[in-house]
Design a binder for this molecule. Structure first.
Ligand code: GLN
Length: 241
């Protein structure tokens, strides 16, 4: 079987929060199950492969977001990949740029995003900084908690084609409106860094299952469960920090 290709996109622009860890988590969780995986790191100026199973975009600053959008539009391959059913997981600035529009700078210049997710981002009335805890309903209808750290000035609202990813228990999320992230087909965006997939292995496995089109065996990891339990208890007791 062909190795599962994970594509880490433009980390030199959108990588200031350690979101590259998401790529390592996906590759490792495949390897632990004996599934071959490759990691392709794409920097601005490189051709984005159209063969990827999962594409990852991370967080970054306003100026970097503009460059990333320009690069991805002129390359164009990401559109075909999503069209063919590849998974695109976008965190924070990534979520904003895959949307329809977002604003940057003091004068709130409106920038056209990739239009792969029906969301729009505008400057919020506060900056969202701190721990975030959300409730995500998995495809089987059961709930999983998502923990992470958010840091964004943009507030994101969803259009009719996108559904929220999760309900916020602690933190700001999209726009202090009780929800975080957005899902539209195989495109999933969310605000938490962490990296999000290291802190939330069930979300990592969901992306892989979506990409592979099949269920994966669980990977029990009591140490990770305990770390999650402690993080969740801490944020519930002490707030966002
Ligand atoms: N520049 C964007 C904002 O502040 C995204 C920040 C980020 O990726 N953490 O809203």
């Amino acid at each position: 079987m062909k190795p599962v290709e994970i594509v880490l996109v433009y980390q030199s622009l959108l990588g200031i929060y350690g979101d590259r860890g998401n790529a390592m988590v996906l590759r490792k969780r495949l390897e632990w199950r004996g599934i071959d995986a490759t990691l392709t790191i794409v920097e601005p100026g490189d051709v984005v492969p159209s063969t990827g199973a999962v594409y990852l975009l991370g967080g970054g600053e306003d100026a970097a977001q503009i460059s990333a959008v320009k690069g991805l539009k002129s390359d164009g391959h990401i559109f075909g990949a999503v069209e063919r059913g590849a998974v695109l997981f976008a965190v924070c600035a990534g979520l904003q740029i895959v949307g329809n529009t977002f604003t940057v700078g003091e004068h709130d210049e409106v920038i056209e995003g990739l239009g792969l997710l029906d969301v729009d981002t505008r400057r919020g009335d506060v900056r969202a900084v701190g721990e975030i805890l959300t409730h995500w309903t998995k495809p089987d209808g059961t709930e999983s908690l998502i923990t992470g750290f958010e840091n964004h000035g943009g507030f994101t609202t969803l259009g009719p084609k996108a559904q929220p990813l999760a309900r916020v228990e602690i933190g700001i999320g999209n726009a202090n409106d009780g929800v975080d992230g957005a899902v539209q087909g195989t495109v999933i965006g969310t605000y938490p860094h962490g990296p999000a997939l290291a802190r939330n292995p069930e979300l990592a496995d969901h992306l892989l299952e979506l990409a592979l089109g099949r269920q994966l065996d669980p990977l029990p990891n009591p140490e990770l469960d305990e770390l999650r339990r402690q993080r969740i208890a801490h944020v519930r007791k002490h707030g966002r920090g």
